[in-house]
Write a protein that binds this ligand. Structure first.
Ligand code: NDP
Length: 610
């Protein structure tokens, strides 16, 4: 059975709320479940909920201190947390509003008094798309004095990147430099963000409560009413904390014989899960580590594997813990700090000095925990001591490559098997090698839906769509086209795809050809980079078609990019600005960049890059 969840017009259930509902529903008999389901479906919610849109606003109750909760988020985690803060703020008696940085007027900042800011960091320290402008403004000379502002920042990031939580730090330091008063210390969250975020929310609200003497105690009914907002959709019992064991229906290699790549098409059954997703959403996959790497690590540590260790999921053998519970493939700074302290290796401790950031990044790059343990062995480390240093194995997100409208009980994924050699040892991507090597038909893998409201088809089915998706970046566009075909949306669709070779790497070629024939796909341009002497990439094809791209944009087209963040996304972005400058009647580079920023602001330029 499924329960109330979010819609575009309602506040999403927090994971905690979903978990509570899970427990409640699991305690019901099948008859009770059917009854509750019917009851919920039959209720007229009209007038019961707090209207939710980009800006959620709590009912004003006289003279309450007002908190602004501002989020910058690429995939939606920041927004989810912002809504959790909102729920908790309301329950504590604050008046609050939630705002998307992408819709926020920069000049409004000087009028704010109490600000809770949640922002993620991407790649090598970049802000999410919807935070770019505010981030640049705050760090620019144009930023105003903010002496009347009290604030606290929650930063989301990944400790495996050198510039961990950089954007959050920029906001935190930037606000301080403008004279704002930090009410509560910044929270820096790793990929497994829930606990740190929860602690920060409590601490920050406590900080504001002391300061503002907010009335204590819940405002009765508000949080409950939000869950019952009009238009509420039905959601699943299965969440990140309680993933669904999805059975594998198919697991095929998409590349032809002789390809340098192994890109898999994995079809998973979601039957009975109640999981709901839209094109543009991702599936969170809980992988396990490669058995040979687990064995090698245990051997390197001179342990046995059958030692019992206490983990966050209870006691288990060391082998089990290193297979399913902890990250062993990636070196993170916090792990290195703990390991260095225990090893007392001078060389390692020196590498962690603040002045050695570049050397540390170079060391971490391409190395894993086995390399570290081989180079800096710790004599007689216990199994518990070692696992106590590790971070939880995070799920991996894959853009869903199918439409639920077209395949109601399935989710398809497009997964490139990552394999390479570094520092004399073979390496593998954790989830991609799990899917490529240990996931046969009938096996199951735990999954949940990670929705991404920043990568969505236009609500208007007539709006033209341009999609740029080289390599595995094409995945969500297969879902887009399936969806538009199934719904009979009449808007034009144009796809730019690229990969190494036409004969072996034309992913989903048959699907695209059918959609072209059926006129669901209006145009397709391909760039096979290794079929010619000179590399040809998707942005080269875009530049060749600049006049038509600009004409489509002028007609109101939405522009989407998915795939590699390091190089491709930057190059495609630059090409888009070039196209606008070239075709926009003599626009300067600056004006063309503003045009593209405008597209971003209007949510007509959306990216899902990794
Ligand atoms: P790639 O992005 O590696 O390659 C696709 C095409 O893009 C190739 O023709 C490549 O050319 C080309 N390309 C290279 N540089 C540029 C550029 N600057 N601008 C435009 N195009 C460029 O394909 P995959 O999707 O297969 O791999 C993407 C990477 O993402 C892999 O390294 C993978 O490990 C990683 N990844 C994959 C995930 C998944 O499977 N869903 C998830 C997370 C990460 P050429 O190679 O000839 O230069």
């Amino acid at each position: 059975m499924q329960l109330i969840s979010l819609s575009e017009h309602s506040t999403p259930l927090t994971e905690e709320q979903a978990d509570q509902l899970n427990r409640l529903v699991q305690s019901l008999s099948p008859q009770q479940v059917t009854w509750v389901s019917g009851f919920l479906a039959g209720i007229n919610w009209a007038g019961q909920g707090v209207p939710q849109a980009q800006t959620a606003q709590a009912p004003q109750t006289g003279g309450q201190p007002r908190l602004t909760i501002l989020y910058g988020s690429q995939t939606g985690n920041g927004e989810t947390i912002a809504r959790q803060i909102y729920d908790k703020a309301i329950a504590r008696g604050f008046s609050a509003s939630v705002k998307d940085m992408g819709d926020y007027k920069k000049n409004q900042l000087k009028n704010e008094q109490n600000l809770l800011l949640v922002v993620s960091t991407h790649g090598e320290g970049d802000p999410p798309d919807n935070a770019e402008e505010l981030h640049a403004f705050l760090l620019s000379k144009k930023a105003p004095e903010l002496k009347n502002l009290r604030y606290s920042v929650l930063a989301l990031g990944d400790t495996s990147y050198e510039n961990f939580c950089q954007t959050g730090q920029d906001f935190d330091k930037g606000l301080e430099a403008l004279g704002a008063q930090r009410v509560y210390a910044r929270g820096d969250c790793d990929v497994d963000y829930e606990e740190t975020a929860e602690a920060w929310i409590e601490g920050a609200l406590e900080g504001f409560a002391e300061f503002l003497q907010a009335p204590q105690g819940a405002v009765a009914g508000v949080a409950v009413q939000q869950a019952a907002a009009p238009g509420a959709k039905i959601a699943s019992l299965y969440t990140k904390k309680n993933p669904f064991p999805a059975a594998v229906l198919e697991n095929l290699v998409l590349n032809g014989r002789g390809s340098a790549k192994e890109t898999r098409h994995v079809e998973l059954s979601l039957e009975g899960s109640g999981l709901v997703f839209e094109p543009g959403d991702s599936l969170g996959v809980m992988p396990s580590n490669s058995p040979e790497f687990v064995a090698e690590l245990i051997d390197t540590l001179k342990l046995y594997g059958n030692e019992t260790v206490a983990t966050f999921e209870g006691e288990m053998s060391l082998t089990n813990a290193l297979s399913h519970a902890y990250e062993i493939a990636i070196l993170t700074r916090p792990f290195l700090v703990r390991y260095a302290a225990r090893s007392q290796s001078e060389k390692l401790l020196k590498l962690l000095d603040d002045g050695n950031k570049k050397a540390l990044t170079a060391y971490i790059h391409g190395r894993d925990i086995i390399d570290l343990a081989l180079q800096f062995p710790i004599e007689s480390i216990s199994a518990d001591e070692f696992t106590g240093m590790l971070r939880k194995l995070p799920p991996r997100l894959y853009s869903i490559a199918s439409s639920q409208q077209a395949n109601p009980d399935e989710a398809h994924l497009t997964i490139a098997a990552v394999r390479y050699e570094a520092h004399g040892r073979p390496r593998k991507g954790v989830a991609s090698s799990h899917c490529a090597e240990r996931l046969a038909e009938g096996d199951t893998i735990p999954v949940y839906v990670d929705s991404n409201k920043n990568f969505k088809l236009p609500a208007d089915g007539q709006a033209p769509v341009i999609m740029v998706g080289p390599g595995t970046g094409v995945a969500p566009f297969r879902a887009f086209i399936e969806e538009r075909e199934t719904l009979g949306a009449g808007g034009k669709n144009w796809l730019f795809f690229g990969d190494q070779h036409f004969t072996t790497d034309f992913l989903y070629q048959i699907d695209w050809q059918r959609w072209l024939k059926d006129k669901v796909l209006t145009r397709m341009d391909v760039a096979f980079s290794r079929d010619t002497d000179q590399k040809v990439y998707v942005q080269h094809r875009m530049l060749e078609r600049s006049r038509d791209i600009y004409a489509w944009l002028q007609e109101g087209a939405y522009f989407y990019v998915c795939g590699d963040a390091d190089r491709m996304a930057h190059d495609v972005h630059a090409a888009l600005i070039d196209i606008v400058a070239r075709e926009g009647g003599g626009l300067s580079a600056r004006m063309a960049a503003d045009y593209v920023k405008g597209l971003q602001r209007d949510k007509r330029y959306q990216r899902d890059v990794y």
